[in-house]
Write a protein that binds this ligand. Sequence first.
Ligand SMILES: Nc1ncnc2c1ncn2[C@@H]1O[C@H](COP(=O)(O)OP(=O)(O)OP(=O)(O)O)[C@@H](O)[C@H]1O
Ligand SMILES: [Mg+2]
Length: 501
Amino acid sequence: MVETNIDPQKFETFIEINTLINSYYADPRALLQRILESATRLTGAEASSLLLVKPESRSLHFEIALGPKGAEVKQFSLERGQGIAGWVAERNRSLIVNDVSRDERFHSQISASIDFETRSILAVPMRIQERCVGVLEMINKRDGGAFTEEDRHWLEIFATQAALAIQNAKSFQAVRDQIDVLQDQMNGVRGYHTMIAASRLMQEKLELVARIAETDSSVLIHGESGVGKELVAEQIHQRSARRNGPLVRVNCAALPEPLLESELFGHVKGAFTDADRNRTGRFELADGGTIFLDEIGDLPPALQAKMLRVIQERSFEKVGSSTPVRVNVRILAATNKDIAKAVEQGEFRSDLYYRLNVLPIEVPPLRRRREDIPALAAFFLKRFNQETKKQVQGFTDEAMETLLSYSWPGNVRELENVVERAVVICDKSYISPNELALDRRGTRRGGEYEDKSLKESVTLFKKHFIRNALERHGWHQTETAKALGIQRTYLSRLIKELEIK
Ligand SMILES: Nc1ncnc2c1ncn2[C@@H]1O[C@H](COP(=O)(O)OP(=O)(O)OP(=O)(O)O)[C@@H](O)[C@H]1O
Ligand SMILES: [Mg+2]
């Protein structure tokens, strides 16, 4: 430390930053930026950077860079031990180089490629528990001067502060993660799931859910398999006035007709041979709350008629009884089938369809809201870390790219499974593409084309390819045809032939 003549301006800055460290938990980057700015000003540097060590590769990346070329510098990173900052990180020691042109540790490529002349560098390590987590680097002492021992002392103090800020941010994040996991577990105890919605599209759906929740109308939730229809049903219930009542779930595809009928409506003793007790049906259990009828498209015709009456009159008879039972239940239903088509083909009653479909809501497939992928992946990672008692930190950049470019035919459920598997087999800090077992063509390795003839595979590929192109162009045929370099008439013939909907 400098013992005599402490510069009052420096001392004040030092105190000011110490105060900030206690208040900036949620925004560590802003705090680091402040620290770097002060350090730059007080050491009289023209430019500066704050580099962080990537724990996996021990390479350094530019987290913050100030000065005339700051924005450009940030695209670079340094290999382990490379350049002056790399040397400092590797040795965990400070370094002053007042003439970089005469120091072979200097990595001149960055300066050269952004057209910035570097003359002098002062670099010090940031340490957490003695371990170097990053480097503060001051570049070019103003007016052609040289960095001094005193500058180094001060920069080391700033580095201590910056390290403290980083450590605080890490602890804060760890606590927040823990809270999320506990919250998730609590939801699980109540039978509810946490719903992640990072994309605009899903945010809009949640707004729609909030509006739907206020009403008491029946809702039909459409969407491909695994998109989160059941979660949407939970959200509607939880945001509705019935939230303190029960949410009762029934899967209409899981049971054969007679069992499903007694499951839904209950039965009285002796109604059929093995009914030796009275049984309360799901509709009665849901009284005062919500019933969620999953896979409603599979409801057998006889039960469709009974269901229609429940919706119209809120009353029904138990199996084997003629006494009507009245219930106060809100009905939510979900399907991944095209019910409108089932209605056309006479498989689903149109009157029931219209009654259920008062408020339709469509949950979009994951490939149409890719912004959700990183948030969902992080969420599942946390959950499976917890379950497997592992500490996988995240995904490598390549792994995240793979996740982002995959087509996710199985939607969120598939992503959940892929992350679970990756966490289980991962033996490093970060999940890499290998552990995801996905490939960049958008199909699972082997998967879809397995056991198919060449002709079938080509047809399947064409179908996916054209559907994706149509989706990208908002189903506008003329535009899509143009983009694919084919005639519009040919495109519409392909759409028909390949049965693309
Ligand atoms: N937005 C989301 N946030 C967090 N988890 C989600 C989200 N969407 C779906 N999931 C998870 O993905 C899985 C599938 O969701 P869900 O069961 O709601 O889909 P579904 O549309 O009902 O599927 P299916 O048609 O196969 O019944 C569940 O484990 C669910 O918790
Ligand atoms: Mg479901």
